[in-house]
Design a protein around this ligand. Structure first.
Ligand SMILES: CC(=O)SCCNC(=O)CCNC(=O)[C@H](O)C(C)(C)COP(=O)(O)OP(=O)(O)OC[C@H]1O[C@@H](n2cnc3c(N)ncnc32)[C@H](O)[C@@H]1OP(=O)(O)O
Ligand SMILES: O=CC(=O)O
Ligand SMILES: [Mg+2]
Length: 569
């Protein structure tokens, strides 16, 4: 794994202290650029709070990351993830989570997006019930993006956020009625290299959570949460011990603020394969702070490949064929619904990748139809709400959920899905069916390189070939290529019987780089970071050992380059 240690080794500049301008508490060093607006976020008190969390929980986090490594070793030695016999009493027990706060009882459509100023306003205004503001899959974690994101969220919670689009002479402001705000901090595994605490990079999610909570808990509870909150989404957990750390972090934050235990609420994304066997345990750890689980389908597919990286009998078909109707995906969604409703909380659906296609009405209608179909399956299965990637999808998704749920805020009591109790480990692990093709290999390569190029220049979610791409979808492209190369799989869907060798992949990379250049134009291609992206992506696809995360390696580049803004490629 490329982690803190590698980060330190590969970045000699980390020896420098650069807290110039910031008033920092003892032991805290800020290495990002000084900006007067950032300084309001990075106040001494706020940093003291973040440093306190880091000091209290760093050993717990390190231990949890060690446990991830041990689990990986077990899977790499042929083991399979499964239900833990030691926590059977939790799964069998008759307990409930606290009931959902009234402010977010109805979450039928949630929009997601990076913490970019205009998008925050558009998302809050778009008619969705919830907006998940994202420091994670949809954000490239440059210093500028992170700090501006915190400034933007503070203004949003205070109701003062505005944006002047000078090119269009348009001013963006909040409507009377807005979506309720959830914030998604980064995962446990990521460092925040611009903030050092006691000589090591801060844990990224504690920075995201800590700064947002410190500045917003009071206003949020007054203006948004009807006495509850703030609300969070928690990504990429692999085990309930990681949920236990979050629960303790929440308790520490509540204590600091002097608010009641159970004020903070969070929805956990079940988006790793090991976590599907821990859903009861995760809810149990967070039972005072939970507001449900969500099917993070894209990272879940990524995690399937990662977990089975040493299992050549579990190869994935083309990425486009691994949808929610594959048996293992349907089983995961069904069991998540059953688990959440049994514990009295929301079971949220996931993200359809389709987005509106502006210049082609026929293709646009076809994309919308795919989204409707996906959402209809979710609501009929019993999900209480779902995700939308784009404001243009909200009316259609809202209609599907409202037609099926009527005036009920959710289906927690009406869709118990007891039938899903009989789902087995085999159901949850069943190998996805379908063929592998040269087109699949080419698409993975083209999408992966373009996504990394965007990420390196500060943009974490992009439209590519009429689909939303973010860190999770790009991960699927990367690990699928890696898996196919590692096992030199036969592309069995083309009738040609070609095997995926390094030589073939080298040719594919060259040809797809040529195609990207033709598609984006030579000038943009030269200005962008496509070559750097190609180096990173190709290295990761061909490395003997699978990197744990695409973004950990790529992060070294954005720390060095300090992009100054989110520039679209
Ligand atoms: C796997 C997962 O984790 S999913 C969750 C993480 N991923 C995301 O959140 C992706 C969110 N979506 C997006 O980032 C964008 O919709 C993209 C990148 C997919 C497409 O972006 P674009 O092509 O720029 O969208 P498009 O040009 O159609 O935008 C039209 C308008 O909608 C706005 N818009 C588009 N998506 C969003 C959004 N998610 N939230 C708020 N506003 C949005 C744009 O800002 C633009 O506003 P304007 O007309 O006022 O200028
Ligand atoms: O975060 C969501 C996902 O699908 O991954
Ligand atoms: Mg995800």
């Amino acid at each position: 794994m490329v982690g803190f240690e590698t980060f330190l080794e590969t970045n000699p500049s980390n020896e420098r202290k650069t807290s110039v301008g910031y008033d920092v508490p003892e032991g805290v060093d800020i290495r990002g650029r000084y900006d007067a607006e950032f300084a309001r976020i990075l106040s001494k008190d706020a940093l003291q709070f973040v440093a306190g969390l880091q000091r209290e929980f760093r050993n717990h986090i390190k231990y949890a990351m060690e446990c991830r490594k041990e689990a990986k070793m077990r899977y790499n030695n042929g083991g399979l993830p499964g239900f833990d016999p030691a926590t059977k009493h939790v799964r069998d027990g008759d307990w409930l989570c606290r009931s959902p706060p009234p402010a977010v009882a109805d979450r039928r459509v949630e929009i997601t997006g990076p913490v970019e100023r205009k998008m925050i306003i558009n998302a809050l205004n778009c008619g969705a019930k919830v907006f998940m503001a994202d420091f994670e899959d949809a954000l490239s974690p440059s210093w500028e993006n992170l700090m501006r994101g915190q400034v933007n969220l503070k203004d949003a919670v205070n109701g003062t956020i505005s944006f002047h689009d000078k090119a269009r002479n348009r001013v963006y402001k909040l409507n009377e009625q807005t979506a309720k705000l959830f914030v998604r901090p980064r995962g446990w595994h990521l460092p925040e290299a611009h903030i050092f605490i006691d000589g090591e990079p801060a844990t990224a999610c504690l920075v995201d959570f800590g700064l947002y909570f410190f500045h917003n808990w009071s206003a949020f509870r007054r203006t948004q949460g009807e006495g509850f909150g703030p609300f969070f989404y928690l990504p990429k957990m692999e085990h309930s011990r990681e949920a236990r750390i979050w629960n303790s972090v929440f308790e520490a934050a509540e204590k600091m603020a002097g608010i009641q235990k159970g004020s903070i609420r969070a929805t956990v994304l079940v988006e790793t394969l090991p976590a599907v066997f821990q859903m009861d345990e995760i809810l149990y750890e967070l039972r005072d702070h939970s507001v449900g689980l969500n099917c993070g389908r894209w990272d879940y597919i990524f995690s399937y490949v990662k977990t089975f990286q040493s299992h050549p009998d579990r190869l994935l078909p083309d990425r486009v064929l691994v949808g929610m109707t594959q048996h293992f995906m349907r089983s995961y969604s069904d069991l998540l619904i059953r688990t959440c409703h049994r514990r009295g909380v929301h079971a949220m659906g996931g993200m359809a990748a389709q987005i509106p296609i502006r210049d082609d009405p026929k293709a646009n209608e076809a994309a919308l139809e795919l989204v409707r179909k996906d959402k209809l399956r979710e609501v009929r299965a019993g999900h209480d709400g779902t995700w939308a990637a784009h404001p243009g999808l909200i009316p259609a998704i809202m209609e599907v959920f409202t037609n099926n749920m009527g005036n009920n805020a959710n289906q927690i009591q009406s869709m118990k899905r007891e039938d899903a109790a009989s789902l087995t480990e085999e159901d949850l692990l069943q190998i996805p069916r379908g063929v592998r093709t040269m087109d699949g290999l080419r698409l993975n390569t083209r999408v992966g390189i373009q996504y990394v190029a965007a990420w390196l220049t500060g943009t974490g979610s992009v439209p590519l070939y009429n689909l939303m791409e973010d860190a999770a979808t790009a991960e699927i492209s990367r690990v699928q290529n890696w898996q196919w190369l590692k096992y030199e799989v036969e592309l069995n869907g083309d009738g040609l019987g070609v095997r995926v060798t390094r030589e073939l992949f080298g040719r594919v990379v060259d040809e797809e780089m040529g195609r990207i250049e033709r598609e984006v134009g030579t000038e943009k291609f030269k200005r962008g970071m496509y070559k750097e992206a190609c180096t990173i992506f190709t290295r990761q696809c061909t490395s003997p050992a699978l990197d744990d995360f695409l973004t950990l390696d790529a992060y070294n580049n954005i720390v060095i380059h300090h992009p100054t803004g989110a520039s679209k490629l």
